[in-house]
Design a protein around this ligand. Structure first.
Ligand code: VG1
Ligand code: CO
Length: 544
């Protein structure tokens, strides 16, 4: 195996965001761009000689090309073994599981998650550490810093590897193992949920379901688990073939993008349960006949019912949610007398809490839910959790949700996204909000009096690290909140996210449409940030 050292010069934009480095494919295709970033990661990891690296992606355009490049670089940099998903495929939660199960040193996951794919769309790459979770900011800052000073990268002069044949081969100093991307994950799911009960509920017809894989990575996982193992009909998994461009759609599970599923769930032909996942399989959208479950409510409901699931029957050590996620799960934690943590947006902030056993479940408003079984959010896990719940409680989704609201009250919630806003405008919106913060507390708008107005700063209780500027929060005396933050995953301009919530205790008011119930706060948010006025837009691009 001949190792070559290739001279290179830095790119100035290799700063990872909320979840890895995401750019247009064309950016990644520039000479040395991917190589620089991968070498910067390898250079920042300490001793990697003879270590095992897991490698796989969501199958989007450029996945296979990138994998071949990384294989050669991993070999040249001294890794001892590569574990790669067949066809270069691994969902994000499956990669997390493989890293943990095979005690790998880390993993590279190639994905831009819910962002569209194709030659003119997005690609991404992130590094996960040995606990299976996304690298912390200490690492990602080191990767960026290294990328600014890089002068060369190493690659081995190898033939392309056949990614489609399962098995191991030794090439020079490196062993390359191609694995079935699904089987370890399917085994893990069987160890968590009551598969016998699920099989019965499906074969008896009590549960009918539809899962939309959105032409992304979860197709093969859903087919194996839901159809082959649990016996659902083959038609219950739609868009099951991973496509390099996701069929030209956004592989983002929400009512706007998973419209085929959404339409069916609100029709007379609706099955008991409907769900969708995203590009890399870590998100979930949960629906039942005539109801869409907001991710914040879903987290709270899973927490309140976890004792009904075999793996969580002993109860939860604690729960956590990202800051903009609604406070619904806080109410469950208070009732069960378990700790509830509030972290910045992004799964990497849950890692320490999970590793230390402080929390069992955690989630984000952005369709992400997970537990201590891996160190990533997990779309199909959430789907199976809900199915297991329906099977145990023998209640439709709508009743489970309404019961929950009855018991805990409803945190009416929505998020408005303004995408591809010109960066200077987005920055000035945030700066002007920042300037208003000291003047807001004590001010009253209608029936809402501002209790606090600040910028969220997180101190990790385990390692003491501090993450500043994690979103602007305006909290009211009655518990309502408006949160503003800029996305860290977009690739065009800036995306402003506005998160709005209000608690409603009165059960007679629970069945309102969130946009109507939150209309006053939605207007107030505009009054405070003026995004419509400054951009000339009349509506958000996406409402979830
Ligand atoms: C978004 C979500 C965040 C999530 C992140 C990665 O980040 O808001 O909750 O963790 O995507 O999800 P941002 O910075 O754009 O708001 V995924 O499914 O892209 O790995
Ligand atoms: Co994702």
């Amino acid at each position: 195996m001949q190792i070559e050292t290739i001279p290179t010069t830095p790119y100035n934009d290799q700063n990872p965001g909320t979840s890895g480095l995401r750019k247009k494919v064309k950016v990644f295709q520039q000479p040395g761009y991917l190589e620089n970033f991968v070498q910067s990661i390898f250079d920042s990891l300490g001793d990697i000689s003879n270590k095992t690296l897991v490698l796989g992606g969501d199958g989007r355009y450029f996945n296979r090309v990138a994998i071949q490049i990384i294989i050669k670089m991993a070999a040249a940099n001294g890794f001892g073994e590569l574990i790669i998903g067949q066809g270069g495929l691994l969902s994000t939660p499956a990669a997390s599981n493989i890293i943990r199960k095979y005690q790998a040193f880390g993993g590279l996951i190639l994905s831009a998650s819910h962002n569209p794919g194709g030659p003119d769309e997005d690609f991404g790459i992130k590094y996960n550490v040995s606990n299976g979770g996304p690298a912390s900011e200490t690492y990602t800052e080191a990767f960026y810093e290294r990328s600014q000073a890089i002068t060369e990268y190493k690659t081995a002069n190898l033939q392309d590897i056949d990614l489609d044949s399962i098995g191991s081969q030794q090439i020079g100093t490196i062993k390359i193992t191609i694995i079935d991307p699904v089987s370890d994950y399917a085994e893990l799911m069987q160890s968590i949920f009551d598969f016998n009960l699920l099989k019965q509920s499906i074969s008896s017809g009590y549960i009918t379901l539809l899962f939309d894989a959105m032409s992304a990575i979860t197709g093969p996982y859903a087919k194996r688990i839901l159809v082959d193992i649990l016996g659902a009909s083959p038609e219950s998994v739609i868009n099951a073939e991973p496509l390099e461009d996701f069929g030209g759609h956004h592989p983002d599970p929400n009512l706007a993008h998973a419209h085929e599923l959404a339409e069916l769930m609100f029709s007379e032909k609706a099955p008991t349960f409907g769900a969708a996942s995203d590009g890399d399989g870590d998100r979930n959208m949960i629906t039942g006949s005539n109801i869409f479950v907001t991710p914040s409510d879903s987290l709270a409901i899973l927490a309140a019912n976890a004792h009904l699931i075999p793996a969580y029957s002993k109860g939860l050590s604690g729960v956590a949610r990202s800051m903009p996620t609604s406070q619904a799960v806080d109410r469950v934690a208070a009732k069960y007398n378990i700790p509830c943590y509030e972290t910045p947006t992004g799964w990497k902030f849950f890692g320490n809490l999970l590793d230390e056993g402080k929390i069992t479940l955690c989630g984000e408003e952005s369709f992400g839910t997970g537990s201590d079984h891996v160190r990533e959010k997990d779309g199909l896990w959430a789907v199976l959790f809900w199915l297991n719940l329906i099977a145990v409680r023998r209640q439709p989704v709508i009743d489970i949700v309404h019961d929950h609201w009855q018991k805990f009250g409803r945190d009416i919630y929505c998020r408005h996204d303004y995408e591809a806003v010109e960066t200077p405008i987005a920055n000035s919106i945030v700066e002007d909000l920042r300037k208003q913060l000291p003047t807001l507390p004590g001010q009253t708008f209608g029936e809402y009096t501002v209790k606090y107005a600040d910028e969220f700063c997180y101190e990790d209780s385990i390692d003491g690290s501090i993450s500043k500027n994690q979103g602007i929060r305006i909290g009211f005396e009655n518990g309502s909140r408006i949160v503003f933050r800029l996305s860290g995953t977009g690739t065009v301009g800036a995306t402003l996210r506005i998160y709005i919530e209000r608690f409603e205790h009165d059960a007679s008011q629970h069945n309102q449409d969130a946009q109507i119930a939150l209309a006053f706060l939605i207007d107030l948010a505009e009054q405070l940030c003026e995004v419509k006025k400054r951009t000339g837009r009349t509506e958000p691009d996406v409402i979830t």
